[in-house]
Design a protein around this ligand. Structure first.
Ligand SMILES: Cc1ncc(COP(=O)(O)O)c(C=O)c1O
Length: 412
């Protein structure tokens, strides 16, 4: 049974972590993993989370199963947090939700749900894309197609290319969008652009599938989901996934949401609920509860919610400071180079305008480790590391304009 997988290929991200681990240089820099780190390099646990856990432990809650659809209180709280408590999409009869093992579980279950109803649907994904996202859909048997989204070398959104590509979507195709803080580029749509996309969705009959993984990391807790709220007010149906990993800092607790927003007539509601229940049950049987219980405790306790909002706003400001200092470091070490994109983009990630070879050169010479497409976790970077990265970028650029060293660069 196992001999056929002897040469199973490695995943480029695991390969990166192996190189990082094997690198004995004490000054190596990890800009890869997508977690928020504070100034001391730690992944902090929010005070609101610790307090919620204390309260949960004091209640001595049961550890019995809940249901395949998970923690219903969490679902209701997160639907409101993301869509807004008065949004027409959360009217009774319009939204069916499952609490899932993180947004990863939600993406996989959402993909399975789509493929079981409409195996011919094509899933349209942005180029660049968070590569892990693709497997959720291909494993469900769905075909992927890329739409133009971001020009890494000019650090800009390709909105005209995007809208041109999306005109080719067919009814029941799925349009995967990131609600905010696009992974890996940090490049988001503005509200006018969300409206144009909504109009294309309505015209083509495609179904948007919006993945919200970083609410609160970009412009603000409500501001980050304004585009999604606009879209959900225009299109008749939508799939939504939400991660609580980053916004609550509970990565390993695995709390996420999968929602299916239905047309206003409420006709399919009960069948969709049963179908979603069976889909998740067949994938993983039951969802974990601890993370969902923490989020519910916070969002249903006014003083904990206020504390959480304050902490998340602090994280957002930290991220914005980091973006500014990386921009300044790069502009200082690369006179004339415009790095303003770093401050315009949102959330933890941006992609540096360097090629794969150049990224490898930086890794080998400077011991700086980035994800594919030179994605850096800006939020995880100290001032000193920002300066080292800026200098490495300057080295790379110097080699580009010096013909004598171009060949060395390509083979570095
Ligand atoms: C865009 C996006 N969606 C979903 C996820 C998965 O999040 P979770 O930890 O909730 O599974 C991530 C994690 O990095 C992400 O970046």
């Amino acid at each position: 049974m196992f001999k056929d997988i002897r040469d199973y290929p490695n995943d480029p991200i695991e390969a990166l972590f192996t190189r990082l681990e094997d690198d004995a240089n004490p000054d190596k820099i990890d800009l890869g993993i997508g977690v928020f780190r504070d100034d001391s390099g730690n992944v902090p646990v929010m005070k609101a989370v610790r307090e919620a856990e204390k309260r949960l432990f004091a209640q001595n809650l049961s550890k019995s199963y809940i249901s395949p659809l998970g923690n219903a209180d969490y679902c209701r709280d997160v639907e409101r947090l993301v869509l807004g408590k008065d949004h027409p999409a959360i009217r009774p009869g319009r939204i069916v939700s499952a609490q899932t093992p993180g947004a990863g579980g939600a993406l996989r279950a959402g993909a399975e749900f789509v493929s079981s109803l409409s195996a011919e649907s094509v899933v349209w994904v942005s180029d660049l894309v968070w590569e892990h996202q693709l497997g959720f859909f291909t494993q469900a048997g769905l075909e992927l197609r890329r739409y133009r989204y971001y020009d890494q070398f000019n650090s800009e959104l390709l909105f005209d290319g995007m809208t041109e590509d999306l005109q080719a979507m067919k009814a029941n195709d799925v349009l995967l969008l990131h609600g905010c803080c696009h992974n890996p580029t940090g490049q988001d749509l503005d509200l006018d652009q969300w409206k144009i996309v909504a109009d294309i969705v309505v015209k083509t009959g495609a179904i948007p599938f919006v993945d919200v993984a970083y609410q609160g990391f970009g412009a603000g807790i409500d501001e980050d989901v304004a585009g999604l709220r606009l879209l959900a007010g225009i299109v008749p149906q939508l799939l939504l996934t939400v991660s609580s990993s980053k916004s609550f800092g509970i990565y390993r607790e695995r709390a996420g949401l999968l929602s299916i927003i239905l047309p206003d007539d409420g006709v399919e509601f009960e069948s969709v609920r049963r179908k979603l229940r069976d889909t998740v049950r067949e994938l993983y049987f039951m969802a974990p509860d601890h993370g969902a219980a923490i989020v519910h405790e916070i969002l249903s306790t006014p003083e904990l919610e206020a504390l959480w909002r304050q902490e998340l706003n602090g994280i957002r400001q930290h991220v914005m400071r980091k973006r500014k200092s990386l921009r300044m470091a790069i502009e200082k070490t690369n006179p004339g180079f415009d790095a303003s994109f770093l401050e315009l983009q949102r959330g933890m990630f941006s992609c540096l305008p360097v090629s794969e070879d150049e990224q490898m050169f930086i890794e080998q010479r400077r011991h700086i480790y980035m994800f594919p497409n030179a994605r850096v976790n800006v939020a995880a970077m100290s001032e000193a590391q920002a300066l080292i990265l800026a200098n490495a970028f300057a080295d790379v650029r110097a080699r580009r304009v010096s013909p004598a060293t171009e060949g060395q660069l390509a083979s570095a």
